[in-house]
Design a protein around this ligand. Structure first.
Ligand code: BG6
Ligand code: MG
Length: 215
C-alpha cells in the first residue's frame, strides 16, 4: 500500500508551521473574560489541537457557567472574528524558522508532505503563508467529525497519501495531536515545550534543530 519507502511527513499547522497558537490564546482570553474566567497558559496547552467547538466547551466547563445554545454560537463566532482580525497581516514572514527549508528539502527527497490541522481556517492560512502548493494532501477541521485527540484526521491523512500509519512521521506541538497519532502507530515528533510533549517519540525545540537525515 505504501507508495514510497520514504516516510510521509504530516504537519500540524498552528504552533508548528506558524505561531498562530498565540493568536488563538489571545482570542480565547476575551471569551474567558465574558465568562468571568481567566484562561491560563496551562489551560491554553490543553486547548492546543482541539477544535473550536470543543475548545469552547472546555472553557465553559472550566468557568463553571452554563450558556444557552444561541450564546454558545455567538461566542464561537466572536472568537473566530477576533482571531481572523488578528491574522490580517499574516504573510510568509510568519512561517516558523526552518520549516520552509525542511519542507523543500523533504520534497526534493521524495517525501510526501501532508497537513492535518484541526483548524477550519487552515487553507486560508496556508494561502496567506504562500506555501499551500507544497502540500500533497490537506486534512483540516472541515474534514473530520472528531478532532484531536481522536485519530480520525491522521487516519484520513494516511489514506490520502496512500501510506501506512507506521510509515508516517507527525510533527505536532499539541499533546492532543501526539496522543492521536500515537494511537495508530505513527512516529510522533513534538515541536516545542518538552514538558507537555513527553509522550512524543522525539522532541525538538524547532525545525532549525531537525535534519532530514534524522528520518
Ligand atoms: C488547532 C489549534 O490547530 O485548531 C486550536 O491548535 C484551535 O487552538 C483549532 O482551536 C481550531 O481552529 P479554528 O481556526 O478552526 O478555530
Ligand atoms: Mg498545533
Amino acid at each position: 500500500m505504501t507508495k514510497s519507502k520514504r516516510p510521509t511527513f504530516i504537519f500540524d499547522l498552528d504552533g508548528v508551521i506558524t505561531k498562530t497558537e498565540t493568536h488563538h490564546f489571545e482570542a480565547w482570553k476575551e471569551t474567558g473574560a465574558f465568562l468571568n474566567y481567566q484562561i491560563t497558559p496551562e489551560n491554553n496547552e490543553a486547548l492546543k489541537g482541539v477544535s473550536r467547538n470543543d475548545s469552547l466547551k472546555k472553557i465553559i466547563s472550566w468557568s463553571g457557567k452554563e450558556v444557552s445554545s444561541p450564546v454558545f454560537d455567538r461566542l464561537l463566532k466572536e472568537k473566530n472574528d477576533r482571531y481572523l482580525a488578528s491574522l490580517s497581516s499574516l504573510s510568509e514572514d510568519d512561517i516558523m524558522d526552518g520549516v520552509h527549508e525542511f519542507i523543500l528539502e523533504a520534497k526534493a527527497n521524495n517525501h510526501q508532505i501532508v497537513l492535518y490541522s484541526s483548524s477550519k481556517n487552515a487553507k486560508m492560512i496556508l494561502t496567506k503563508l504562500n506555501i499551500i502548493a507544497l502540500f500533497d494532501a490537506i486534512v483540516d477541521g472541515n474534514d473530520v467529525t472528531n478532532s484531536k485527540p481522536h485519530p480520525e484526521g491522521f487516519e484520513l491523512a494516511a489514506l490520502l497519501s496512500n501510506t501506512v500509519p507506521q510509515n508516517c512521521v507527525v510533527f505536532e506541538d499539541s499533546s492532543s495531536g501526539i496522543l492521536a497519532a500515537n494511537q495508530i502507530g505513527m512516529t510522533t515528533i513534538g515541536i516545542g515545550d518538552a514538558k507537555s510533549l513527553s509522550m512524543a517519540s522525539r522532541i525538538y525545540e524547532n525545525f532549525k534543530e531537525i535534519s532530514l537525515n534524522d528520518f
